[in-house]
Ligand binder design. Structure first.
Ligand SMILES: [Mn+2]
Length: 311
């Protein structure tokens, strides 16, 4: 498989996935609009990429979606959106383009990663997954204190549950656990902690980042997700950043990465030249301050797609 990680001249397809059912908090549905207004397309194009619109995934409106199973609320409508997103992402990669998915709450990652897995399998290759987040997103319907599906996507991707999401990919788990890295976590539920340990994926906490430094942690993470793989998907939950720079999120947790640390991650992602696909999740313009969080996402996307301070 050809690696589509060039610093210039990439074909980037922006796909809107404005889902708000997974967090059961309205506003993330407007995330794609916020990032669009903040200049996502034009700013990436100015770096020398060709940027196109890939349309929007159908997301059932919160007002008409039924909760269904209380252990995994709105699951049916979330699965429908993720299934559609999976197909779009796989087709985009197949066409030699880079999917840039604009969320939407983090449950959309089940669709994105499922799509990457289908593409990778068709090429007989493996891929890595870098999951940037304040949370573990590793609850299951059994362990979740809320039944909110946006706290479960990584559990589904790694083959556990909810069942209907775990089955969306080309294989189960969708991605090799040894090539999966959780990055920036600082807020876990008790039972979720056990699930993270049981899966055996690498989990780099904010404490570890404090002790070892951001640069060393990024190096290790990128080594794991790129080792013997076609490339990696970066699932970027903006709540992984400190709320002082990313206030527009539904579940802010103090103590996240600061502005330069966040950019350093993206700059190193660009340097790796192994970024297959990228998504931004949990941007909530309704909770934001003058679109600051969407603007942060756009600036971070620029770094991930090759913007440099010098030269
Ligand atoms: Mn998340």
């Amino acid at each position: 498989m050809e690696v589509v990680g060039a610093l210039v001249g990439r074909q980037i397809k922006i796909i809107d996935a404005g889902l708000d059912l997974g967090g059961r908090r309205r506003g993330t549905g407007a995330g794609p609009i916020g990032m669009r207004i903040a200049g996502m397309s034009d700013n990436l194009a100015s770096l020398g990429h060709q940027v196109t619109r890939g349309g929007a995934v159908d997301c059932v409106d919160f007002a008409v979606s039924s909760e269904g199973d209380q252990a995994a609320k709105h699951l049916d409508d979330i699965v429908a959106a993720c299934s559609q997103l999976c197909d779009v992402v796989a087709e985009t990669l197949e066409a030699g383009e880079t999917p840039l998915v604009l969320g939407g709450d983090h449950s959309i990652a089940c669709g994105t990663v499922a799509g990457v897995s289908k593409f990778a399998q068709s090429k007989n290759q493996s891929f890595g997954l870098l999951w940037f987040d304040a949370h573990g997103d590793m609850n299951t319907p059994t362990t979740s204190p809320t039944g909110n599906v946006h706290g479960m996507p990584l559990a589904a991707i790694l083959g556990k549950a909810p069942e209907a999401l775990a089955e969306l990919g080309a294989s189960r788990p969708m991605v090799d656990t040894a090539k999966t890295v959780l990055f920036g976590i600082r807020d876990l539920d008790d039972l979720e902690r056990e699930t993270i340990k049981a899966t055996g994926c690498r989990a780099i906490t904010m404490r570890e980042i404090d002790v070892r430094g951001m640069s060393a942690c990024i190096d290790e993470a990128l080594e794991l997700v790129t080792a013997d793989s076609a490339g990696f998907h970066l699932s970027f939950d903006v709540d992984g950043c400190d709320p002082s720079i990313a206030p527009g999120v539904g579940t802010p947790v103090p103590g996240g990465t600061n502005l330069r640390e966040s950019h350093l991650l993206m700059e190193e992602v660009a340097e790796s030249q192994k970024l297959l696909s990228l998504e931004f999740t949990e941007v909530n313009p309704i909770l934001d301050i003058a679109n600051q969080t969407a603007e942060l996402a756009v600036a971070l996307a620029e770094s991930a797609f090759g913007r440099r301070i010098l030269d």
